[in-house]
Write a protein of this length. Sequence first.
Length: 103
Amino acid sequence: MGSRAPATVPDLAVEVLSQSTESRDRGVKFEDFAASGVAEYWIIDADAAIVEQHLLENGEYELAVKSGSGVLQCRAIEGLVFPIDAIFVQQVNLQAMRKLLVD
């Protein structure tokens, strides 16, 4: 019988909510990602233009940011910093992408 390679755990998981997936994203996935050791979990509510940044602390997620404005600094991926508006506003997104690619 062959052995299976251990599963790779991502540093960051990002979910975009929809009415059909919200309870799963905030429930089962939230708990599974924490139990698996995913360091950071973002939940994006595109309808409300809000992002939630959850950081894994002692095996559980702590809400670090819940906002529709300001700057989001990823803790799991060094150097990933951008305006929250870049998630929701196309022109701001293009400017943020250019900055990330140039820097």
